[in-house]
Design a protein around this ligand. Structure first.
Ligand code: ADP
Ligand code: MG
Length: 702
């Protein structure tokens, strides 16, 4: 036994588009909610905490919490469990416009629980290498207490059935086999377009129906080849409830008002179920699951075989305090409920995975290996077709069963009428008992009928009295045992509409017999009834044969589908062989290329090493060159200096020579000067200028 996880989420306070209160109050008031991690309390700004208005839960989130955080805290673990074979349910409950749809669907920036859960399911499935999975989804809404299929417009006003094998299920609901999250999102989009929305004062796009998105996950061990092995079948329900509303606040009228009444009624029944479940086990009595379609469908999730998370959404504004308090009370009660979840393993043919052929599995495995997406799609389509035709066959079988029952009732009635007719015509009825037999239908007096008795809970005053002295009784405990905790209230089992209609007809015709009717008239009337009954019987026989024909057609379709499947298997095999050959070819080419690549790489490596060495040498040479350049620069600088000095000496010596020309020692100087000049010029040419300079200096000094 484990407790249901319950969290409360307050939406941001500034989101109220239209404030329906007359004075526009909706912002700051005298009272406010204080939110801690796991507790929420009502505070009066002056008087402090309001008594009796403090509640504790697994988590309490304020307006800043993201869908990601909520998902992580309440649903992520649940998804792991569902993939492992446990049933799981998560639903959002709260008043209109408190953020239920936002929590379940989310936005593009912050996806809600449903898209996150879908992605997580596929991610988890991908990681479980040792198991083979088959996932199918359905999407329905409960609108005005009628179940509609959101994935197909034909699926309206569907009925709930129960069988020991399948538990509680919605007959005729479309189920689509899927193998990727994207496929599921497409289906969800389709479903959203078919959903009922309406505009109220509180929310411009208010959900007017409860929606249930369901994923059925079947899995088996990969190495299990024997058909006798158990298959895990688990169901994940993600539910977005319509919001409870006060008619005054929403300003609903006409259609909206009618919808609101249905919504409030079913939520009230959900509240009753939760209240009963939260009471002490021994005193809680009968749980009214059957009072609404919502609680009937959610029955396993509420006190049954499932792990359940509830997110109660609330509005923080003061004008919504009463509704928020109601939501918190609901959440507190839900917190007390214990579920008894167990891995669902099935050995019978109820598992679709089992019914579908092993060869499909083999084919799928092969196709996965070859990454052939096109064929994968073909197989998926075939699977879906097969599943649909199976569902259709089930539906037709059910109708056939109904028709058979109807025929039997009519035949029985006909026999009775004939008997009475015979009795009347031979004038054998004389006493009042025989007359009574004609006045009332005989259906109540079946001597050894198999009767289901209510449990001891039925002794509460709100239930009709139970017959104390019945034999052949199947007690509720037996059904509980057979049904793994699902309490089946057999005397409330739904009858098919056709049956109900016909049954009432029978009652009408027989109960309307006047007491003092003359025998002839009675005979004529009974004959007429016989004729009309015979006609009905004929009609019903005709219907039966039509249904049987349809069944045959479906069987044929099934066969042809199987043939198609084997053909496609053959095609897949040949394609696979072709692909294998191509693959081998490619592999050989790849190997050659790899070899080339290896040689080229080695060559490249050698060249790179050489290049590195050359680069090193080049560096050294460059260094040397730089040094030489430096030397040359120094030398040329020295040379330039020397050249300048020599030029100035030459100029000076020239001037000296000219001076000498005019001096007293003219001749001497001239001779010496010309000699010197020559010597100097010659020496300049040979770069022996320092010597000449010294000589000149000596000479000049002289
Ligand atoms: P409900 O389904 O309970 O009637 P909705 O989910 O439709 O309410 O929310 C009403 C409006 O408030 C929507 O526009 C929605 O985007 C917005 N809203 C609700 N909760 C939040 C939140 N936690 N953060 C941001 N916007 C929110
Ligand atoms: Mg909504």
């Amino acid at each position: 036994m484990e407790k249901i996880s319950v969290a409360v989420r307050f939406r941001p306070s500034n989101l109220v588009a239209a404030d329906p209160s007359p004075d526009g109050a909706g912002g700051v008031g005298d009272r406010e909610w204080r939110i801690d991690d796991t507790r929420v309390s009502l505070l009066h700004r002056v008087a402090g905490p309001v008594p009796g208005a403090s509640f504790a839960f697994d988590h309490v989130f304020d307006g800043a919490a993201t869908n990601e955080r909520i998902y992580g805290a309440l649903v992520r673990e649940l998804i792991g469990a569902v993939v492992g074979g446990f049933n799981g349910t998560a639903f959002a409950y709260g008043q209109t416009s408190s953020g239920k749809t936002f929590t379940m669907n989310g936005s593009n920036a912050d996806p809600g629980i449903i898209p996150r859960a879908v992605r997580d399911v596929f991610d988890t499935v991908r990681q479980a290498d040792d198991r083979e999975f088959l996932i199918r989804v359905s999407y329905m809404e409960i609108y005005n207490e009628e179940i509609n299929d959101l994935l197909t417009i034909e699926g309206q006003k569907l009925r709930i059935h129960e069988s020991l094998e399948r538990g509680v299920y919605v007959a005729g609901l479309r189920e689509e086999i899927v193998n990727s999250a994207e496929q599921v999102f497409e289906l969800l989009q389709l479903g959203e377009a078919n959903r009922h929305f309406g505009e109220t004062n509180m929310n411009v796009r208010s959900s007017r129906s409860h929606t249930i998105f369901r994923m059925v996950i079947e899995s088996s061990g990969k190495d299990q080849t024997d058909c006798g092995d158990a298959i895990r079948v688990s169901v994940l329900n993600l539910v977005d409830l319509a919001g409870s509303e006060r008619i005054m606040k929403t300003g609903a009228e006409g259609v909206r008002l009618n919808e609101g009444k249905y919504i409030n009624k079913s939520l009230m029944i959900l509240g009753n179920v939760i209240k009963k479940l939260s009471e002490n086990g021994k005193q809680r009595g009968h749980i009214p699951y059957r009072d609404s379609k919502l609680t009937r469908i959610l029955q396993p999730a509420l006190g049954g075989n499932a792990k359940t998370s509830i997110i109660c959404t609330a509005a923080p504004e003061e004008i919504h305090i009463e509704e928020t308090r109601g939501t918190l009370q609901f959440a507190s009660r839900a917190k007390c409920i214990s579920n008894c979840a167990q891995v669902n393993e099935i050995l019978t043919d109820a598992a679709l995975l089992k019914r579908q052929k092993l060869e499909i599995e083999e084919l799928r495995k092969k196709l996965q290996g070859s990454h052939s997406e096109g064929l994968e799609q073909v197989v998926l389509k075939l699977r879906n077709d097969m599943h649909k035709s199976e569902l259709e066959r089930d539906r037709l079988a059910m109708e056939l069963e109904d028709e058979r029952k109807l025929r039997m009732t009519l035949e029985q009635h006909l026999t009775e009428q004939q008997k009475k007719l015979e009795a009347i015509s031979s004038d054998h009825f004389t006493d009042s008992i025989q007359l009574d037999a004609l006045k009332t239908p005989d259906s109540k007096s079946v001597p050894d009928g198999f009767v289901a008795c209510r449990s001891r809970y039925s002794q509460d005053v709100e239930f009709s009295p139970i017959p104390e002295d019945l034999d052949n009784i199947a007690h509720e405990d037996l059904w509980t045992h057979l049904n793994k905790g699902c309490v089946t209230d057999l005397d409330m089992l739904e009858m098919t509409p056709g049956l109900k209609r016909e049954a009432s007809f029978i009652q009408d015709t027989t109960s309307a017999v006047p007491l003092d009717e003359p025998t002839d008239t009675r005979c004529q009337r009974l004959e007429k009834e016989c004729i009309s009954d015979r006609q009905k019987l004929e009609e019903s026989k005709a219907r039966c044969s039509t249904l049987e024909k349809e069944c045959d057609v479906l069987r044929d379709e099934n066969l042809s589908l199987q043939q198609e499947l084997s053909e496609s298997k053959r095609e897949a095999d040949s394609l696979l062989a072709e692909k294998q050959a191509q693959l081998d070819d490619l592999r050989a080419k790849c190997a050659a290329l790899e070899k080339d690549l290896y040689t080229t790489r080695q060559e490249a490596h050698r060249l790179a090493t050489e290049k590195q060495e050359l680069a090193g040498e080049l560096g050294t040479e460059r260094q040397k060159l730089d040094e030489l350049k430096q030397d040359i620069r120094v030398i040329s600088r020295g040379f330039l200096q020397r050249e300048g000095q020599l030029t100035s000496l030459y100029t000076k010596s020239k001037a000296i020579l000219e001076n000498c020309k005019t001096s007293q020692i003219m001749i001497m100087s001239l001779c010496v000067g010309s000699l010197l000049c020559e010597k100097v010029q010659w020496n300049i040419g040979r770069l022996r200028l320092p010597l000449v300079f010294c000589e000149l200096q000596i000479l000049y000094d002289l």
